[in-house]
Write a protein that binds this ligand. Structure first.
Ligand code: NIG
Ligand code: FE
Length: 412
């Protein structure tokens, strides 16, 4: 199937001279674009693009007129917990009344609440609910997803979650990566024996997850009251033995040492990063690890935002992801996230869009296939409604900048 999109007002994030794994620092503000452009897809891939002056004569199966519209790569959301059993709106009200996220967790709510509900829910129901959420975020422009386990907290339930993720990967038209996050909270049977739970993950869970090939990455919630730097190091070392690279939760509530332990173990990304000192930024500068910011969680928990400006000014390849989960961010709406990044974190629209596309793809090791407009990349594209500029996407907040969504070269 060949599709030709013509009269595109602005074709955004094109790569003509060489591919980039990600975009970092000052380059994030410069988004190469072509005005009044065309783009051709063939067999699901981008086959060519250019200015309308150079429109080729070619036979196609579908012709899409994009007059006054912007075309850009679909969002690559590299951090979600989109498989869960039930919302936590009761905790939301408790937080309004004054309890903190950490206090709710200490009282057995939070992640443990979600784990209890997930253990009571069968695979079919989890799949159906997650699929519905994925369709919702795809309609908002998401064209690739990472999904974590971590609401099972015992072998069978973690495997159940990961099998749901595998089924999503097999049925969805967009790429899905899976992360194993049994070290998300210490479950009740191990309440006074965290070391025992860590050992259980290493001895019993990891071999089964690896055996079934259910995960691409190992995740750990490295945070005071959850898993320490030492726990994290042990878990990441064991995971490396099974070929699972780290993508970890770090520095959400405290400067936890999570950034450094992630880097030391070759993490693809360290995620959250609300609490960052100079040492953390310096460590990231000397690494290949991508700093992934989750401002949706800071927004929803009423916390301070991640220091995106400091990190970009330090030359880092900042990534943005949703963190879609029932506790700290019950939304996978990337357009809203872009607005938060621009208004609250002072990211420029181009920086925010780079962070949620090419850098999101890199944080899932997919930037050779997704995240920018380049010949040979998968044609997962957003075609906006008529709009004047790229900045209009985060400016027009609360509205959906997706007019038409293209997945593998087909309108969906
Ligand atoms: O990324 N902070 C740890 N994990 C998730 C939230 C999980 C939850 O509250 O259910 C996060 O924010
Ligand atoms: Fe998370």
């Amino acid at each position: 199937m060949r599709s030709l999109i013509t009269n595109i007002r602005l074709l955004a994030s094109v790569e003509t001279d060489g591919r980039r794994h990600y975009v970092a620092g000052a380059d994030m503000a410069h988004m190469p674009c072509i005005e009044h452009a065309w783009l051709l897809t063939d067999a699901g891939l981008i086959a060519g693009f250019g200015s309308m002056d150079s429109l080729p004569e070619t036979q196609v199966d579908a012709h899409i007129d994009a007059s006054d519209c912007i075309v850009l790569p679909a969002w690559c959301d590299s951090h979600t917990h989109i498989v869960f059993a039930a919302p936590r709106d009761g905790e939301f009200v408790n937080r309004i009344r004054g309890l903190s996220y950490a206090e709710i967790a200490q009282r057995g709510g939070g992640i443990l609440n979600s784990a209890q509900r997930l253990n009571e829910t069968d695979e079919e129901a989890l799949y159906d609910a997650a699929l519905q959420r994925v369709h919702q975020v795809m309609a908002q422009g998401t064209g690739a997803l990472e999904i974590k386990s971590g609401y099972g907290l015992n072998t069978e339930a973690e495997l159940k979650m990961l099998r749901v993720i595998r089924r999503l990967r097999e049925t969805l038209p967009i790429p899905v990566k899976a992360s194993f996050l049994a070290a998300h909270a210490v479950p009740p049977p191990y309440r006074d024996n965290k070391a025992g739970y860590v050992q259980h993950i290493i001895d019993d869970m990891l071999p089964r997850v690896a055996d079934e090939g259910l995960a691409d990455y190992m995740d750990v919630f490295c945070e005071e009251g959850f898993f320490s730097v030492d726990d994290t190091a042990r878990l990441l070392e064991s995971a490396a033995g099974f070929g699972l690279k780290p993508k970890i939760h770090a520095n959400q509530l405290h400067i936890s040492g999570g950034v450094q332990v992630g880097i030391a173990h070759g993490a693809v990304s360290v995620d959250h990063l609300e609490c960052m000192g100079d040492a953390e930024i310096e460590a990231l500068k000397n690494s290949d690890t991508i700093p992934t910011l989750l401002p949706g969680a800071a927004f929803f928990l009423g916390m301070h935002y991640q220091p995106a400006r400091r990190m970009i000014d330090a030359g880092l390849p900042v990534c943005l992801a949703s963190d879609y989960n029932p506790g700290s961010c019950p939304s996978g709406n990337i357009p809203l996230l872009l607005t938060i990044a621009c208004t609250q974190m002072k990211m420029l629209p181009e920086e925010a869009i780079h962070a949620a596309t090419l850098n999101g793809a890199a944080a899932m090791e997919l930037s050779d296939q997704l995240g920018s407009i380049a010949v040979g990349k998968t044609a997962n594209l957003i075609i906006t409604p008529p709009m004047p500029s790229l900045a209009y996407i985060p400016y027009d907040y609360g509205n959906n900048p997706v007019g038409r969504m293209m997945i593998k070269g087909r309108l969906v």
